[in-house]
Design a protein around this ligand. Structure first.
Ligand SMILES: C[S@@+](CC[C@H](N)C(=O)[O-])C[C@H]1O[C@@H](n2cnc3c(N)ncnc32)[C@H](O)[C@@H]1O
Length: 261
């Protein structure tokens, strides 16, 4: 999973983009999750730099995730015909757009307003887009009734850190899942932590490449997000870049728990 905490993304380039002065873009709730001690510095804390990216340059972030598509078998593993789905940390909708044809109602929860706006725009253009509700919220206080969803899912968003899920967030995901339903964490990190919380693990094999819009886009985004791979991405001269070259784990796995009846 690629998250703000992934060491391969502890990139100086992303941290250099923002300063403590940019923290003014965060709401009080966001500050309490992402810089709880009041001394946040995105130049030192890449997790915070990612949060600023979502709010200050959401289209840049969307270009990145548009290239990092999920393994088709991850999508194949998810249920196809359920009543209700809750997705948390929906972002610009990489997974949400795959979910809307599978349920009568999808609740897409996302704290960053600029990403909610991009997702709302995409849903407006998509078949079954009207089945999704985009709402504000955080893992640790989900605005959804207990037992509401057949599937509760997060993709590249949940971590054990309290500001990005943690114990409280996992409890909340399980609370809103109906008995017999499934909680799934796609592209997980901290597998041991999840296993200790009763989560099983599935990983799908096969070659995977990020598919950028063009070679020029691959070079531009690599400079920011995969700086150590930037020279090789330029040399390859291709739009599709294997994850081995980028130096990150591909989005090919998930952890899940079936909530007891
Ligand atoms: C790496 S992005 C992934 C977005 C999307 N799920 C995807 O796969 O493209 C992480 C997302 O988690 C959201 N997020 C961060 N902290 C959160 C929290 N405490 N509760 C809910 N969402 C959170 C971010 O705003 C961001 O949209």
């Amino acid at each position: 999973m690629i998250t703000a905490e992934d060491p391969t993304r502890l990139g100086r380039e992303l941290r250099r983009r923002y300063t403590a002065a940019d923290l003014g873009v965060l709401t009080r709730d966001e500050l309490s999750h992402f810089a709880p001690h009041g001394d946040g510095d995105p130049q030192a804390d890449v997790t915070l730099a990612w949060e600023l990216l979502y709010r200050l340059e959401p289209e840049l972030y969307d270009r990145l995730v548009s290239a990092e598509r999920l393994h088709p078998r991850v999508l194949g593993w998810l249920p196809r015909d359920v009543d209700t789905i809750v997705e948390i940390g929906a972002g610009a909708g990489r997974l949400t757009l795959e979910l809307i044809g599978r349920a009568r109602e999808v609740v897409a929860i996302e704290p960053a307003m600029p990403l909610r706006q991009i997702l709302t725009r995409k849903l407006g253009d998509a078949d079954h887009g009207d089945r999704a509700r985009v709402v504000h919220g955080f893992f640790d206080d989900l605005p959804v009734a207990s037992g509401f969803a057949d599937l509760v899912v997060a993709c590249s968003a949940f971590t054990p850190a309290p500001g990005h899920g943690g114990e409280a967030g996992l409890s909340e995901m399980e609370r809103v899942c109906r008995p017999g339903g499934c909680v799934a964490i796609i592209w997980p990190n901290h597998l041991d932590w999840l296993a200790a919380h009763g989560y099983e693990y599935v990983r799908f094999e096969g070659p995977m490449a990020a598919g950028f819009a063009s070679h020029q886009e691959a070079v531009e985004l690599a400079r920011i997000f995969y700086p150590r791979a930037a020279a090789e991405v330029r040399r390859l001269g291709r739009r599709r870049v294997p994850y081995e070259v980028l130096g990150i784990n591909p989005p090919r796995d998930l952890a899940f728990k079936r909530v007891p009846r």
